[in-house]
Every structure is written in C-alpha cells, then in structure tokens.
Write a protein that binds this ligand. Structure first.
Ligand code: HEM
Length: 184
C-alpha cells in the first residue's frame, strides 16, 4: 500500500540516519533546523532501516573505499607472489601495476554502489591480446577468495564481490588452453 513516509518515523534508527537514507532518492532540503521534503513524495513500503546491515550497499558492507582498497591490495600481493601470474608482471613498470590496482579499486567501488567513477578502459579492450585462460581465471578467483577471507568479508559479501568479477569473464578470458611458454 502506498503511503506518505513520516519523516519522524525512523524505524528505530536515529533521525539523522533516516534522512540520509532517503536523500539519495528524494529531494531533501534543510531549512534552518527544519527539514522539508518535496510535497508529492510517496514511498512504497518502509524505508530500509540503516540499522539493518543487510539493507546497506555492498560498498558499505565491504567497509567502504578503504575496505575495498585493502582487499584489492591483498589480491595484488597474492597475484605478484603466485607463479601462475608471473607472465602478467613481466615487462611492466611499477607505475603500470599500481595504476591497474587503483583502477580495480575504482571499478569495484563504483560497481558496488559507492561514490566512485571508474576512469579506466572497458574490460574487453584492457585484456584483449593477453590470452587469459580459463585456468588463469579460476586461479584469479581462488586468490580473490583468499583476499576476501583475509579481510574477514562475510560469505554473502564474498559471493556478491565475486559476481562483480564474473560479469566480465566473457570479456577477459579469451584462450581455452594455456598460452605457449614465453608468450605474453
Ligand atoms: C585471470 C584474470 C586476470 C588477469 C590475468 C588480468 C590481467 C590484467 C593485466 C595484465 C592488465 C594490464 C593491461 C595493460 O596495462 O594493458 C589488466 C588491467 C586491468 N584489469 Fe585485469 N586481469 C584479470 C582479471 C580482471 C578482473 C576480474 C577485473 C575486474 C572485473 C580486472 C580489471 C582490470 C582493470 C580495471 C584493469 C585496468 C584497465 C585499464 O588499464 O584501463 N581484471 N588486467
């Protein structure tokens, strides 16, 4: 049933939290100490309580920007230490590695509902010609899971994080077999 949201009805949360929860969707103006909301606002059901962690964006549940940056840093450390990814590190400057790491942070931040804007290239363009195989893809997922676990990410958030990667698999994996030794 449609009904007008009572601004005072905070669903158990603080008034401030409740307002910030609706701000993303509806115009909220602060007038002195009073808050006014556009007259024709109708909300279906109840605004999710910010006290309910499951109602938060994946971005927030991952610990925001810092949480994502820590997960990606651990993933890159694991990738650098793993012989299965040696060929991707060869002939590239430290800056190139750091740039790719930073772009993945941006990308996950943006995809998970955070405030970031992804400034990198699309996944097909940036991986074309690398000859990434299915087994390298699986190895990457294995290391990603390890990085998520290291950062105490819950099962649900791990699955959601991995599904963000999975959506690009068809753009990233292009070789069905291992590339020839020495190939880039
Ligand atoms: C086996 C898996 C993967 C391998 C071996 C791999 C490897 C690479 C390499 C070598 C680059 C640098 C390309 C260049 O500088 O020209 C790169 C860039 C990048 N990768 Fe991956 N990648 C993998 C999976 C992924 C996944 C799952 C994502 C996220 C969905 C991702 C996101 C990116 C981004 C954002 C960049 C930077 C794009 C840009 O330079 O504009 N990669 N990757």
């Amino acid at each position: 049933m449609r009904h007008r949201q009572k601004l005072g009805d905070t669903g158990g949360s603080t008034f401030h939290e409740s307002i910030s929860d609706v701000r993303g969707t509806f115009p909220v103006r602060r007038v002195g100490r009073q808050l006014t909301v556009g007259a024709s606002i109708h909300i279906i059901g109840r605004v999710n309580s910010p006290n309910d962690p499951s109602a938060l964006s994946l971005y927030k549940r991952l610990g925001g920007y810092d949480g994502i940056a820590a997960i990606v840093a651990d993933l890159f450390a694991l990738l650098r230490a793993d012989v299965r990814f040696v060929r991707f590190g060869m002939g590239r400057s430290i800056d190139s590695h750091q740039r790719a790491q930073q772009l993945i942070v941006e990308q996950i931040c943006s995809l998970s509902g955070g405030p970031c804007y992804y400034t990198g290239r699309d996944m097909k363009t940036s991986h074309a010609g690398l000859g990434i195989t299915e087994s390298e893809w699986q190895a990457n997922l294995e290391l990603t899971k390890a990085a998520l676990k290291k950062n105490d990410v819950g099962d649900r958030e791990q699955a959601e994080f991995l599904s963000l990667f999975e959506r690009y698999k068809h753009d990233i994996v292009e070789a069905s077999e291992s590339p020839a030794p020495g190939s880039k």
